[in-house]
Every structure is written in structure tokens, then in C-alpha cells.
Design a protein around this ligand. Sequence first.
Ligand SMILES: Cc1cc2nc3c(=O)[nH]c(=O)nc-3n(C[C@H](O)[C@H](O)[C@H](O)COP(=O)(O)OP(=O)(O)OC[C@H]3O[C@@H](n4cnc5c(N)ncnc54)[C@H](O)[C@@H]3O)c2cc1C
Length: 695
Amino acid sequence: MNTITPSKTASPFHAGEHHLQRQLGVRESMEQFGSKVIRDYLPEQHQDFYHHLPYVIIGHADSQGWPWASVLCGEPGFLHSPDPDHLNIHATPVAGDPLQHILQPGAHIGLLGIDLRTRRRNRLAAHITESRKGTVQLRVDQSFGNCPQYIQARTLSTSAPHHSSPETQLIHQFDQHTRTFIEQSDTFFVASYVPAQEGDASRGADVSHRGGQPGFIRVDNTRKLTIPDYPGNHHFNTLGNFIENPKAGLLFIDFERGHVLMLTGRVAILEEVDHPYYKGAERFWTFTLEHGRWIKNALPLRWHFDEYSPNSLLAGNWAHAAAAQKADTLRDQWLDYQVVRIQQESLQVKSFYLQPPADISPDVKPGQFLTVKATIDGKEHSRTYTVSSAPADTLLRISVKHEQGSATIPPGVFSSYLHQSVATGSTLQVKMPRGEFVLTEELQKPVLLLSAGIGITPMLAMARHIFQEGLRTRTVRPVLFIHSARSAGERAFYDDIMKLADHHPAFKTVWALSQPEHYLVLGREYDVQGRINKALLQNHLPTTELDVFLCGPGGFMQAQYDALRALGVADSDIYAESFGPSSLQREQTEDPEIANNTARRAVVTFHPDDVELQWSTEDGSLLELAEAHGLHPPFGCRQGQCGECKARLLQGKINYRTPVNATLVDQEEVLLCCAVPADDPASDTARVAVKVSEH
Ligand SMILES: Cc1cc2nc3c(=O)[nH]c(=O)nc-3n(C[C@H](O)[C@H](O)[C@H](O)COP(=O)(O)OP(=O)(O)OC[C@H]3O[C@@H](n4cnc5c(N)ncnc54)[C@H](O)[C@@H]3O)c2cc1C
């Protein structure tokens, strides 16, 4: 094999890596970034890091061109860098490891120094300049650091177990034991190789780490695996090599027993996302086994598991993907969710943690709500509650304010039931998450989360989501959170929000209290006494080019909307949700066509009660008209998003005051909460008849 003299001017990446970087639109930035971080020597920190390691992973290719990933162990110091250009390895591969035949001058290897306890890792591409008496000298071609994403923390066991002699067992397909072992693995190492070329340090062998939740590798049959590719550093060292040479070597370590499973075979990068429900995967690749071997008792080391990487927990696995797919097929059904935990969040707010049925994993977007149904005093009721947990959290949570009523106002039906009758172990009927008040991936501007009272629930989900996604994708946008409550006692989630703010400099908070407790210190437990107004917004907004999410009581929302508009925030950048009838008057008024088409007067008949009512513009929606006259049609979100108020349209035509989710109804159905009678050109008084669903 050729010995490479690295060129200082050449790209640190080869054509395969360029191809994928270009596909992702990061080609130019990666060239600049790579030239800075990929060095042709070992910085002192790396020299020192390798020196302290008792194990190292090596990627290489055998004489037939099959890549393999191997592990070498030794007393710390077995990796020694006498100068920044060289690294010496004083170790012999275990019997049965193809690496035995590779460690010869001229061979190119990839090396991954990894400390599983601290999750630190550094990569190296090198060629062998000398090999004698158990010592191999490497000349560094490329070296760079890697971040700790997806590395599960493991600590070396303190007591070294008795080390039996290694036993090699060749495999040509996955038997049940191997299959189960792979399916339960949370870590493996992948070697790839593009034949070296004189003067091009970007080519040669590479080895890298892959981690996820157990079950992240799918065993398709006795020879084939499908593996997700999570967002990484955009170097594409592994997948770029696959493009040039579609072969890989996989190494699985049995960390508790010291056995290793070494596989080599062909790979293919899948053009399409293999499973749209797989959380966190950017693409997938397959591996088809050509040669494999178990080496039992290969290692003198043992590790014990400490914890999953936070990134692994944010990504899915194949079982989760199947559960998300199943959930989607049950979108319109009521399912029994179990209340597994209840927590008091403030004087009036309790959180309910909900466990969906087994094998169901609803896909929830930050800001969406659940529709919840229960039989209360012999009558069915349903209400909608925003999911206050983030999509990546393990349990779904709703947080409910108890509408306690007063001397003259009766308490709220559903919130009283939840607060007073539901206990851990209770079951609630729940429909899959819905709603359009969602922080989507397309929105990329800085975010303002602006809420009052219980309107904090979607903000909590969105804020948590932004920072969880930031961890996964390594980009976060600035978030300003402004919240108004009456007092600290009535303010829910203060600690949760402040914990996020403590960890994320891009997250700024402003807490306003209108009636703070006398013992609170302004500037410590809250930032503003009084209400949120235009001056306050002006003081804190980093820019008027932002995506605003607004939720709270009607008066609060209107005041904030008007202030934001006056400050120059675009109407289309303000997303609003009200927990009651939507009352926000936007400057951009109704679609003029709809306004012209809407009747000014109508007669509406509600079946099956046969109640005929006069309607005029001031009466609002058909739902509001019915309620004002003592009828009680079922309802949920009151925003045309959940479908609970769906009724059959028996006569006439209707318009929707605000956009509704049109997929919820067919031509002969109507969502009462947003519907108003349409004009009838043939008559002064339009006639509409609807048949309301029974509870
Ligand atoms: C999209 C969406 C998301 C939501 N998310 C949340 C959330 O995260 N958390 C949350 O707590 N709520 C949320 N809500 C509100 C929730 O759906 C319920 O509306 C709320 O819990 C009140 O329901 P209830 O059955 O307790 O009150 P209801 O019985 O429906 O009564 C509503 C209110 O009217 C009062 N009232 C009752 N009778 C009278 C009367 N005769 N005269 C005057 N007043 C009366 C009650 O005291 C109560 O305050 C959300 C609503 C929507 C639309």
C-alpha cells in the first residue's frame, strides 16, 4: 500500500463526503470548518488523551478489501505519542481478530480513542510506518475531536474478572442468540474504507461510534440489518466512505462479558427515509453480512452501564416507530390512557401524567392538545387540554387549572372532576393529539412565548422542545419567554422554566406578577410588578422579526396582539390560541369573500330537539347560539380542530368564521363551534338546520 504524504492544501474530505455534504447544503461551510478542525498532527490534548486509555477501537481492511472494526486493550500508556506526528501502539490483537494480519508498514488504519465513562472521543486516520516486537508506529494523517452525542456512559469494572482464553466462532448468518444480542445493543462501532491514494489524506480507513436506544438496529433477516443515521457532525466520514466503497465492518462489544461480535459486509444507503415514524433519523442504511465471527473472552476488560446519552433518549427505536405508526391508524378513536402520576403545580393547577395503551406511541407536536372524555354524574363530557410535556418526554402530561367558580358561578365540570375524582390509576378516554397551534420545524426565527395564567402549558412544551431539539441537531434559536400570573402561588411551572433558563443561555425569561406576595423580592422571584404592556415588550424584544406564540385569557391576548402589531410584528408571525371561545380580533379581518357570504339574519333549527332559534351576527357561532338558549351540544376545543362539536347539516349552507381542520368533516357535516349561517341570495332570512350528535 502507498504511504501518504498529506497535502496541506487539499480538501480534508473526499468525493463521497463532498457528495453528502452537498446534499445537505453544508458543503462550503464544512470545507471551511473541516480545514480548521481536521489536523495532520496530534494536538497535545489528544496525545495526552490517548496516553490514558486502556482500550482503543481500530478500523482497517483485510487483504480482500473487507473492512473490520477491532478493539485493542492494554495498560494505560499502551498508546503513546512520542511527538505530535506519531502514535505508537504497544499491544497485540487477540487471537482470531483479522487485525493480526494488518499491522504491517504501509497499512492504513482508522483509530477511535473513546472514554465511555466521560463520553470523550477523538478520531485519527493514520498509516503504519513501523511494526516490530508488539509495537506499531503510526504516522498521523488526520486527527480531530468528536462530540459525545449518542455515547452511553459506561464505567470500567474495578475488579478484573478471570480472563479465559479467547475462542473464535465463525458465523455466516445471524442465529437467534446473535440476533437478540444485536437487537438489544445500544452501541456498536463501524469501520469503513476507501483505498488510499498518494497525497490524499482524506482517504484510507475510518472507524466511528454509533449509539442509540436498545432496539435501534433492526434485524431484517438472517443476514441483513437496517440502521438509522442520526444527525452528526456533517463530516460524513462513514457514509461518505460508503459512497466510495459500499462495505462496512461492525464491532459489537458484550460489555459485561468481554466477548466481541465482528461482522463485515456490504452496505447501502437508503434513498428514502425507511420509516417516517422513526424519531430522529435523518436517513437509514442497510448492512448485509458477508463474514462474521464471535470471539468469546476476547477482552480482559468489563464495563458496567451508567446511563443513556440524552441524545439516544431523544431518538427512537424500531418498536417506538411501530407504536407511532399504530397510533396514527387510531387517530379518530377514543383510547384508554392511564393516569400514572398526579402533581400539584400551583394553587389551582394539577398535572396528570398519562400512559397510552401498550404499543401505542402518539406523535405529538409541541403546542397540540388532547381531547379527553369522561362520564361525570352519568353524562359524557369532553374537553381539550394542551400537552404540557415535550414530544421527546417519556410520558404525556396535561396540566389543568381547576375552575373553582364562586358564590355565583358554578365550578367547571371537567376540571373539577379531574381535580377531585381522578387519582393515580384512573383511566381517561383520550383522542390523539391535534391542533394547529404548533411550533413547527419550518419556523426558524427567534421565538417569543407570551402567555398568562394557564396559557403557560403550550409554552412549556415548546420551550422544552426547542432545547431538546437543540441538543439533537446542535442548533438553537433564541427564545424569550414572557409570562403573567396573578401571584407566585398561582404561577405554575416557575421552577421548570427557570431550570431550562439556567441551562440555556439562549433562553431569556420575564415573569410579571400583578399581585405579588408581600414577601417576594422584585428582581429575584419576579421581574415586573403589574401587567405586560407595550413598553415592557419593547424593552425586551430582541427584534420584531420573530415568531410569536400567544396564549391566555381573551383580554390579555387582545392587548398583547395589539401591542405587538403596534411594535411592528407582522400579523402572520403571531400565532394565537385561546382556551375558550376565540375572541382575538386580528387586524387582518376575515376573508372579505366569507364576510360577504355570511348571512346577517337566519333561522337555525337544532335537531333532534327541534328547537328553532333566530340568529343574527351578534349571536356568534352556532354552538354559542345553542348554548345561549340552554342547549348543550358536545364540544371540545371550540376552534374547529378537534371535531367534537361535529353535527349533520340537514338544510342550508354555512361559513366558517375562522379556518377549521377540514379533514374532520365531510360535505354534509358542520363544526358548530366555528360555523355561522351563509347568506341565501334567494331569501332575506337564511335557513339552516343541523342534527346535533347526542353525548
Ligand atoms: C385548545 C385548548 C387547549 C386547552 N388547554 C388547557 C390546558 O392546558 N389547561 C387547562 O386547564 N385548560 C385548558 N383548556 C380549557 C379546557 O378545555 C376547559 O375549557 C377548562 O378546563 C374548563 O372546563 P370545565 O369543564 O372545568 O369548565 P366548564 O364547565 O366548561 O365551565 C367553563 C367556565 O365557565 C364557568 N361557568 C360554569 N357555569 C357558569 C355559569 N352558569 N355562568 C358563568 N360561568 C359559568 C366555570 O366556572 C368555568 O370557569 C384548553 C382549551 C382549549 C380550547
